[in-house]
Design a protein around this ligand. Sequence first.
Ligand code: FAD
Length: 315
Amino acid sequence: MKNYDVIIVGAGAAGLSAALYSTRRKLSTLVLSRDLGGQTATTMDIENYPGVDFSTGPDLMSRFAKQAQKFGAEIRLEGVTKIDKAENGFVLLGELGEEYHAKALILAFGKSHRHLDVPGETEFMNKGVVYCATCDAPLFEGKTVAVVGGGNSAMDAVILLSKIASKIYLIHRRNEFRAEEILIDRVKADSKIELVLNSTVQEIKGDQFVNAVRVITPTGPKELPVEGVFVEVGQQIFTDFVKDLVQLNDAGEIMVDNFNQTSCSGLFAAGDVTIVPFKQTVISAGEGAKAALAAYNYLQGRHPGDRFADQGYIK
Ligand SMILES: Cc1cc2nc3c(=O)[nH]c(=O)nc-3n(C[C@H](O)[C@H](O)[C@H](O)COP(=O)(O)OP(=O)(O)OC[C@H]3O[C@@H](n4cnc5c(N)ncnc54)[C@H](O)[C@@H]3O)c2cc1C
C-alpha cells in the first residue's frame, strides 16, 4: 500500500488547488480522480475566473493540474470507492483495486449530472441523449435539438448550441428561469431558440437515434421533432460512500466549518461537494486552498485554523 501525507479525492478546481497548496507545504500529495478538471473542464467559456479574461474549461484546468504537478503533486485517474478510518489516518480503495494510505484526507469530488428518468432516456443515451453540451454540441451541427432545464447549465448549453444547431427548443418545467440574468437575456434575444415553458418531458422517442421528444405543455401533449436532447437539469451528489464517516446535510452535501474540517478529525472537504454556497470554479479553488492549509496545520499538530498557516511560503 502506498503512503502519502495527503490524499485528495477529485481533480476539479477544488482538488487541484488543494494539491498546489499541499505540495507547496512539502507534503507528499496524491490526487485520485475519475477525470481531470471536473465540471469546469466541460465548458468552453470561462469568463469569470479572476485574472483570466477568457479560457476554455479544459485549458484552465490543465493549467491547474500542471501547476500542482510542478510542485510535486501526483495525479492518478482512478475513482475512489471506499474510505476507512485507519489508526494513523485513512485507507482508500481505488476502482482499479489499489489501496492507498493518507495521514490526512481532502474530499473534493464535486457533483454529477442528474437524469430525467423518462422512457427512452437510457435507450437513447449517447444516441441523441447527452449530458455535456460542451463535449457533444459539435455532433449536432445544423440539426434541431432540445435542451431540458432552466438553470445556468441549460443557459450555457443553449447559448453554445445556438452557434452550432439550426434550432433549439428550451424545455423548462417552470415559467421562469433560475439562472444569471445576463444569460437569460441572451437566450431570450436569440431567434434560434424557442422557449417551451411550463412543460415537462414525458418521453424521448426514436428509431436507432432520437427523432422526437414528447412534451406535456399547458395546451396538451406535443411531439417536437429533434435529433438531440441535452439534459441540463442539475446535478447529483454521490456522498453515500462517505456517509458513515462525515456528517452530511439534507441535500447530501458534506458539512464543513470555516477551516474546511468535516465532523471526522483529519478529514477535510472542499468545493461543490460541500455545503459552500455559490458553486463556482473560483470558489472551489479558494476552498481547496483553505482545506490544504488546514490539513497542513492538522499534520503539524496545530489547530487547522492556526494563524501561522498563511505565513512561511515556500519560494
Ligand atoms: C456546464 C457548466 C458550466 C460552468 N460554467 C462555469 C463558469 O463559467 N464559471 C464558474 O466559475 N463555474 C462554472 N461552473 C461551475 C463549476 O464548474 C463548478 O463549481 C466547479 O467545477 C466545482 O469544482 P469542484 O472541484 O468542487 O468539483 P468538480 O468540478 O465537480 O470536480 C470533482 C472531481 O471529482 C471527481 N470524482 C467524483 N467522484 C469521484 C470519486 N468517487 N473518486 C474519485 N474522483 C471522483 C470527478 O471526476 C471530478 O474530477 C460550470 C459548471 C457546469 C456544469
